[in-house]
Design a protein around this ligand. Structure first.
Ligand code: B16
Ligand code: MG
Length: 211
């Protein structure tokens, strides 16, 4: 029986993926590499440092440890400039209604994100105070696809993982949810998220009667 909801942020609640893409694309240009939308798909749900490692592989480039850290900071500054512009119009389809419904049914909500900027993004779109628990990359040792993010969220909700439903748009996040023994709903296509229990296009398509 589902008692708690755990939501990913980027690609489920708000469309910050396009900001990550813009900032990574700008950095990749320094390496002489044109980052494509397809490349960006593989970065969804992946930590900042691991994303840079993947981009460097694509660009066939290596960086000193010092430059690697500098470039992570540069990318994040560009990303934060874009996030600053966000407001509730950046919520993905159906998100506001989903929150209203969950709250009216007294189902507690937790965030489980790989981002270190989750609080700021939630504040910008006006949802920060709707969560019982927030777990992001600042709170875990092992990011997605390790289940730690979602297990910690379930623990903070004081609900057994088996009684939690996770909404997630990345393959690494779906694996984390499944390995954590949670019910995993993919936001996107089953073809891209084969481990998901099922997929829907956005939170607005979720039927609370199925809980
Ligand atoms: P930051 P999510 C993830 O957020 C993004 O999908 C991924 O593209 C990004 O690299 C990662 O957060 C780290 O973000 O640089 O803000 O710490 O989808 O898990 O909510
Ligand atoms: Mg995501």
């Amino acid at each position: 029986m589902i008692q708690g909801i755990i939501l990913d942020l980027d690609g489920v609640i708000c469309d910050t993926a396009k900001f990550h893409f813009e900032a990574w694309k700008r950095l990749a240009e320094d390496y002489g590499y044109i980052l494509t939308e397809t490349d960006n798909e593989a970065l969804k749900g992946v930590s900042r440092a691991n994303s840079l490692k993947l981009i460097l592989q694509k660009a066939n480039t290596t960086l000193s440890t010092e430059q690697f850290e500098i470039d992570l900071i540069r990318k994040n500054q560009w990303y934060l400039e874009l996030v600053e512009e966000m407001d509730s119009s950046y919520l993905l389809e159906g998100v506001a209604n989903f929150f209203e419904k969950a709250i009216s049914l007294n189902i507690p909500l937790a965030l489980g994100s790989a981002s270190k900027n989750a609080n700021l993004a939630l504040e910008k779109v006006g949802l920060l105070n709707k969560f019982t628990a927030i777990v992001d990359a600042n709170h875990v040792v092992n990011g997605k696809p390790n289940p730690e993010t979602f297990l910690k969220a379930a623990q903070l909700l004081q609900i057994a993982p088996e009684n939690c439903i996770v909404f997630e748009d990345s393959a690494s996040g779906i694996k984390a949810a499944v390995d954590g023994k949670m019910f995993a709903v993919g936001i996107g296509n089953q073809k891209d998220l084969p481990l998901a229990n099922y997929c829907i296009p956005n939170l607005g398509a979720f039927d609370f009667n199925t809980l």
